[in-house]
Design a protein around this ligand. Structure first.
Ligand code: NAD
Length: 510
């Protein structure tokens, strides 16, 4: 049984979950494919009417969502509401408001001289069946960011939540119960084997959020089948604190950015580069704020034992290589709780896994730098590139530095919360993957463009149709001269005469 069976917070047993037999996944995908055609052919208003009801369902289920996330993942109740309930209701509202315009056919302007009688438009066509595979860290918000716009666009979805948050996954499915035709939204439960079966069952698009190693496996399988894939992977976000930053705001913001969701956030701050001028004040304030955090209440547990071990290994490894642990540094021994930890790192970052690999836990390494150039260089020196932040009172300076940061999202005087904004694209570079969540750019992943051209020309033939008579060559040579900026007025006049005498012949097939 792949599922988590005890609460990471209390160790209490969790409700049993039934796994989907691996052998049934392909058939479930086929059934979704059959259902998808009818769903896509419904008027958009009908799809909007069904999905809009999910907004209130999310709000009404807020308490239940917070309770399940608390027991199954250990997430603090306040975080569940701010990250997984309220923004999801807003997400539904956002897509309902914008979907008609976003899916409206887009006319393509055609030159009437070259293409007489023709008009063309780009239509957004649903991909078909989307295989959606998600992690456990935001087990309600992450799937909904795909499910809501993808269903509105006319896709069917086969959704596999993480084996570490199957109960949250079931809650997501419940939000849609009775609103959709059968098989348009299918929940499959299980671990990597069920995920792999889903990937190889012929979906039309795979949307994956999770770790780099799994993302790589999925990309390889998708490449073999030529299935399009969207990958949102890990991160090693940097926060750069300039010499003029508001120390109190930066300290509070970075402590939140590092320790929310116990650091199990792809956009957790996992590296701070602070200017030497204010480093002392910032570090003292961050340590003081961190000491005030209540372990278990403000900072929840790691969700898995394996993650707890990674976190301990990173902290111990950094210490062995000379880093100084300023607060925290060890597991509490209660559930899977780990003390929020600040580490001052000196020396060669490249040798310290805490500075190069995703930790995904409540550990904040701080490096003191001499200049903003040094901070940018070190921040960009990473395999990952999800989000980054710059902290400065001169916001225009922050915006300028944003242009030099290798990241999909840059925030000035804030960090990492923009995944909650449905209109803002969330994306990465490098090993953070190339998928896009949220915004019209995500909708482009859930649809493909179909160009439809209608020809109302009454001409019997076209310029480029057979037979290839001398008038074809005369016409195209004239067209070429008329398009060229280097030809004289005289040459262009002669070409125009040539065009007017030959083009009509071509349109009659001569
Ligand atoms: P994971 O890769 O272990 O698992 C993710 C999902 O993939 C799970 O549902 C799992 O069952 C499934 N899976 C495992 N093996 C599979 C296979 N061979 N084929 C198909 N599916 C398979 O990731 P995780 O530990 O659950 O999540 C943490 C990771 O997710 C971190 O690296 C984090 O940074 C990343 N993440 C990224 C974003 C983002 O937006 N970029 C958001 C959240 C989490």
């Amino acid at each position: 049984m792949p599922f988590s069976t005890t609460s990471p917070l209390t160790g209490e047993p969790l409700a049993p979950v039934e796994a989907t037999p691996v052998g049934s996944v392909a058939q479930l995908v086929s059934r979704a494919r059959e259902a998808q055609a009818a769903w896509a052919s419904k008027p958009l208003e009908a799809r909007m009417e069904a999905i809009y009801r999910v907004k209130d369902r999310i709000l009404d289920a807020g308490e239940e969502i917070a309770r399940v996330l608390r027991t199954e993942c250990g997430k603090p109740e306040g975080e569940a509401w701010t990250a997984e309930v309220i923004p999801n209701a807003d997400l539904v509202e956002h897509w309902i408001e914008g979907i008609e315009e976003a899916l409206a056919p887009e006319e393509v302007s055609l030159d009437p001289m070259t293409y007489p009688g023709k008009s063309g438009a780009i239509h957004a066509v649903p991909r078909g069946v989307i295989a959606l595979i998600t992690p456990w860290n935001f087990p309600v918000a992450i799937p909904l960011r795909t499910i809501v716009p993808a269903l509105l666009a006319g896709n069917a979805i086969v959704f596999k939540p993480s084996e570490h948050s199957p109960r949250a996954g079931a809650l997501v499915a419940k939000l849609f119960e009775g609103l959709l035709p059968p098989d348009v939204f299918v929940l499959v439960q299980g671990g990597g084997d069920v995920g792999a079966a889903l990937v190889s069952s012929g979906p039309d698009l795979i949307v994956f959020t999770g770790s780099v190693p799994t993302g790589r496996k999925i990309a390889e399988a998708a490449a073999r089948a030529l299935t399009p894939v969207s990958l949102e992977l890990g991160g090693k976000d940097a926060a750069i604190v300039l010499d003029d930053a508001d120390v109190e705001r930066a300290a509070r913001g970075i402590v939140w950015g590092a320790f929310n969701n116990a650091g199990q956030n792809c956009a957790s701050i996992e590296r701070v580069y602070v200017h030497e001028k204010i480093a002392g004040a910032l570090v003292d304030r961050m340590v003081a704020l961190t000491r005030q955090l209540r372990v278990g209440e403000d900072v929840g547990p790691l969700t898995t034992q394996q993650q707890l071990e990674v976190v301990q290994r990173h902290v111990d490894g950094a210490r062995e290589l000379g880093a100084e642990v300023l607060c925290g540094g060890k597991a509490t021994g209660r559930g899977l709780l780990f003390e929020p930890t600040i580490v001052k790192v000196t020396g060669d970052e490249g040798r310290i896994p805490l500075m190069t690999d995703e930790t995904f836990g409540p550990v904040l390494p701080v490096v003191i730098v001499k200049s903003e150039d040094e901070a940018i260089r070190r921040a960009n020196d990473s395999r990952y590139g999800l989000t980054a932040s710059v902290w400065t009172k001169k916001t225009s300076r922050g915006e300028q530095l944003a242009e030099r940061l290798r990241a999909g999202v840059v925030t000035v005087n804030n960090h990492g919360f923009t995944a909650a904004i449905a209109a803002a694209p969330w994306s990465g570079v490098g090993e953070s993957g190339f998928g896009v969540t949220n915004s019209k750019h995500a909708l482009r992943e859930f649809t493909r463009p179909r160009f439809v051209l209608v020809d109302k020309s009454s001409a019997k033939s076209e310029l480029w149709w057979m037979p290839y008579t001398p008038s074809l060559v005369a016409t195209v040579k004239a067209m070429s001269i008329l398009r060229s900026a280097s030809r004289s007025i005289g040459e262009k006049l002669r070409a125009l005469i040539m065009l007017l005498s030959n083009a009509p012949k071509r349109l009659m097939g001569r």
